[in-house]
Design a protein around this ligand. Structure first.
Ligand code: PFF
Length: 470
């Protein structure tokens, strides 16, 4: 008879680095700096910090406590509280399953940029009109199929697959323990270097741009604008901390009972927020320095994929080295996040359908390959026109992003607060958090946030997703 295998576990450091690896990703490196520049610099940062330390912290605590208590992945974990709540776990599993394909497609674009810089062709990526970027993502003028994005997507998703296949200790923990410290060193180095650059043509320095990033800008601030900044910060915080996606429940289920939960949570928050702040520290001042205020208007992908290569170019020949380091850093960040997404789905298949890791991860990989292929082809002119994307006006990637982050995520998060706060009860959650007599100074914040404030704020995020606040 087959013996039931003990659940895999992370070491204390392994847990923090794996969870931080999940949290630190494209959201920190490209979305945070862009939002900070758009939303009043220091004002956005201040609001973001308050939200991470209260709201984000409460939800992260709920999820990790639920995972460690039940030692199960999301569906089974919610099922332990009551069979009725299993659907919340399913919701939390569908989200990463839908995020993986588009996250890996973007990971593929980053690989293409890193390859270009590492092979000494960084200047090819400098194209203010975005031609290089269009080729990288597969927009072809005649509707022919572009193979490059598919190839790079395949490389990225396969690397993710191999690490998850190797398991919790030998794959995820090892990858996180190696990649996260390197990532930290690279980002500190780039931040240090880029603070002192100067554009000889315009005479601007990065140090001048630092004030745009750090000083709160109240110019033209109205109540509606302020609310929109708060909403931007809330959405960003959720995405950045990998909340409401089943991940912290799954990783919590691998946390050792003698690891300190309050300390680990502090460290994950610090890591994630620190990297986001450093990314802004690099991008906002340098883009201002080399491209002026208009450069800071670059929304979404164009900030990282079109504006930054121009910045690296402006830094002279050493800029190409910085560019290579930067895109390698982005690969590491995206990879550790994608690993966590794939693990959340894999663990659910393993627990729910009693399958081996091997079978479960192959199923997850296969689903990701199919949907990812569709995402990559979504930029093809011909396929775009015949697909439903043309009706909604967005790319398939944008549709998946909206459906997961703006629609499903707030719903799952509201339900998580209700189930943990009212059904399971914050007292039970606190027992798990304070196991072994751990001190938990933010206990009152956790209780009030989870039970009362977070569900209301989440409901507002949900309404905002449907454009109710303009
Ligand atoms: N937190 C990651 C980021 O900031 O890019 C992205 C992410 C990973 C989102 C895992 C959601 C998730 F479940």
């Amino acid at each position: 008879m087959e013996e039931k295998k003990a659940r895999s576990t992370f070491s204390s450091l392994g847990f923090v680095l794996a969870a931080a690896g999940s949290a630190v990703g494209l959201g920190n490196l490209w979305r945070f700096p862009y939002l900070a520049a758009k939303d009043g610099g220091g004002l956005f940062i201040l609001i973001y910090l308050v939200l991470v330390l209260s709201f984000g912290f409460a939800l992260m605590t709920s999820e990790i406590a639920l995972g460690r208590k039940t030692q199960k992945s999301p569906v089974a974990a919610f099922g332990e509280i009551g069979k009725t709540w299993k659907f919340v776990g399913w919701g939390a599993t569908i989200i990463p399953a839908l995020i993986i394909p588009y996250y890996a497609a973007i990971g593929g674009w980053v690989c293409k940029y890193a390859f270009t810089y590492l092979t000494g062709h960084g200047r090819d990526a400098v194209d203010a009109s975005g031609g290089f970027f269009q080729t990288a993502i597969g927009i072809t003028a005649d509707g022919s199929v572009a193979w490059q994005p598919i190839l790079w997507f395949f490389i990225f998703i396969t690397a993710t697959f191999i690490i998850v296949y190797l398991g919790v200790e030998n794959g995820i923990e090892k990858a996180s323990v190696i990649l996260m410290p390197i990532l930290l060193i690279i980002i500190i180095f780039i931040a240090g270097y880029s603070t002192f650059v100067k554009d000889e043509v315009s005479g601007r320095t990065a140090l001048q741009g630092l004030s745009i990033y750090l000083v709160p800008n109240f110019k033209g601030l109205t109540l509606v604008k302020f609310l929109n900044i708060v909403l931007d910060a809330m959405g960003q915080m959720f995405y950045s901390l990998s909340l409401a996606m089943g991940i912290m429940i799954t990783y919590g289920s691998y946390m050792k009972k003698d690891s300190s939960m309050p300390k680990s949570i502090n460290q994950i928050e610090l890591f994630d927020t620190g990297i986001a702040l450093l990314a802004g520290f690099i991008m906002v001042p340098t883009v201002y320095c080399f491209l002026g205020e208009e450069g800071l208007g670059s929304a979404g992908p164009s900030l990282m994929f079109i504006a930054l290569p121009q910045v690296f170019n402006g830094m002279g020949s050493f800029g190409l080295v910085i560019g290579a380091l930067f895109f390698v850093l982005v690969i590491f960040a995206a990879l550790t996040s994608c690993i966590s997404l794939m693990e959340a789905v894999t663990a659910t298949i393993m627990d729910r359908f009693n399958q081996s890791r091997k079978v479960s991860v192959i199923i997850t990989y296969a689903i990701a390959l199919v949907i990812g292929l569709i995402v990559c082809l979504g930029y093809n002119k011909f396929l775009f026109e015949v697909s439903f994307a043309s009706v909604s006006g967005g790319q398939i990637l944008d549709i998946l992003d909206w459906a997961t982050n703006s629609f499903l995520m707030p719903i799952v998060a509201i339900l998580t607060c209700i189930v943990v706060g009212w059904v399971w009860g914050t007292d039970k959650a606190l027992e798990e958090v304070q196991l072994n007599g751990e001190k938990f100074p933010r206990k009152p914040i956790f209780v009030v946030m989870t039970k009362y404030i977070a569900p209301v704020l989440l409901f507002i995020i949900l309404l905002n997703s449907f454009g109710l606040f303009g």
